[in-house]
Design a protein around this ligand. Sequence first.
Ligand SMILES: Cc1cc2nc3c(=O)[nH]c(=O)nc-3n(C[C@H](O)[C@H](O)[C@H](O)COP(=O)(O)OP(=O)(O)OC[C@H]3O[C@@H](n4cnc5c(N)ncnc54)[C@H](O)[C@@H]3O)c2cc1C
Length: 497
Amino acid sequence: MAVLMPKPSAAVLGRRAAIVSALKAIVPGEGVVDAANEMRVFESDGLTAYRQMPLVVVLPETVDQVAAVLRYCHAERIPVVPRGSGTSLSGGALPLEDGVLLVLSRFNRVLDIDFDNRCAVVQPGVTNLGITRAVEHRGFYYAPDPSSQIACSIGGNVAENSGGVHSLKYGLTANNVLGIEFVTIEGEVIRLGGKHLDSEGYDLLGLMTGSEGLLGVVTEVTVRILQAPETARAVLIGFPSSEQAGAAVAAIIAEGIIPGGMEMMDRPAIHAAEDFVHAGYPRDVEALLIVELDGPKAEVDHLLAAVERISHTHGCASAKVSQSDEERAAFWAGRKAAFPAVGRISPDYYCMDGTIPRKELPKVLAGMKDLSVKHGLRVANVFHAGDGNLHPLILYDANKPGELESAEEFGNDILRLCVAVGGVLTGEHGVGVEKRDLMPEMFSDDDLKHQQRVKCAFDSEHLLNPGKVFPLLHRCAELGRMHVHKGQVAFPDLPRF
Ligand SMILES: Cc1cc2nc3c(=O)[nH]c(=O)nc-3n(C[C@H](O)[C@H](O)[C@H](O)COP(=O)(O)OP(=O)(O)OC[C@H]3O[C@@H](n4cnc5c(N)ncnc54)[C@H](O)[C@@H]3O)c2cc1C
């Protein structure tokens, strides 16, 4: 493993048998997995370059069990890594050798659908798409739609503040979650928000959303559900260059149009997707925009005409409007399958996730071309153009010595470029282990210490998902807060990584 993780505690490793039997007493039946061959499936998440077998896997079914497991781990100073479906692309759910992997997939029930209040209460293991499936019979849906929506859990979405094609108009997870229940590392069950729109006091719900499993384990989520729009139509617009497509994106937004989705793909991604799903994409263009307009029919027609006009002003080569819901779905099918499609043209790919101010798109795309030459690797670009969230896919072959390292360095350079133009290290995939060591590119030491003081307030012994997000672990005492347990100083052999 190239990324340095906290040194496993010999004391915890030496007590494995006792820990497993204590956990089996808390979660009986098949809720504890400790055989190596059965744990293998959990050794990695979507960032498959990194693998680590956990100490033990626990799959609780009730909030009481979650609380009891966390209370036990806190008392015994055992790290805990929460996991939903394991689709994280930043290594957020990467296990620890001396850590319990707490998997929430058995929390898979929709608890309450409240159409009058336009919300649903679900357990964290329900998949993102599962929420829409549960409410679509009444014409409703859950708006944030990561491409992984068929598999990823809503608990993981909350932890990563996930987004998708519809986030440009309808917001990220943070804008669509009304309340959560979570359990602290000390086993306290806390409720934030609910079916109502706002709460007084600090915005702890906002703090928990995107906290990457470092502050608590989410055990229930109340989400906003929306009525599906009357009409939705998509238009495929081909451009002779990525720079022209990028300029058209900025002009569409500048004109005050907020599409339901506005995605962009470059030539390698267009060809890979077209070969894979035959979505009807033009092959003779350098960049493709997929723009979806939704709302009342008259408004959609008006906005479609405006988008086409702006695109022609920016030199588009072709524009094709969907004529049916089936055709619209086909347009999106290519985009949604773009990652696996790129997987067919390269033995391996590394998906990056940075966000930039929209107007910097042409500059960053040009910069990426130079970096591609510098690192000797190809890159395919697929991204949420409307909100400036880039997903460059760096193509490499892990079997060729040094290519993984080159791909990672290429990725780091792309993220540095994003920060340099006023952007951020991540749009929706989280920091995890992947971008952890780049955090100082964006935050000063004081910024990072301040963020860690928040972590200390929730988890003073750094037991929840340690080794993720923060490049350098500070003792809570160093940060002005000391929590001594049974006379032992937390983290005596403090890992510095
Ligand atoms: C092909 C593919 C496409 C993708 N497309 C998108 C996309 O379009 N947009 C996007 O935003 N993401 C995308 N992702 C990334 C990923 O699907 C999201 O980050 C998703 O939210 C992760 O959910 P999960 O249930 O798999 O979480 P996991 O991978 O299991 O965990 C992710 C993080 O959440 C924490 N966590 C999980 N459950 C809980 C819980 N109940 N309580 C506390 N912490 C928890 C974990 O500790 C970890 O830090 C994609 C991934 C893949 C593989």
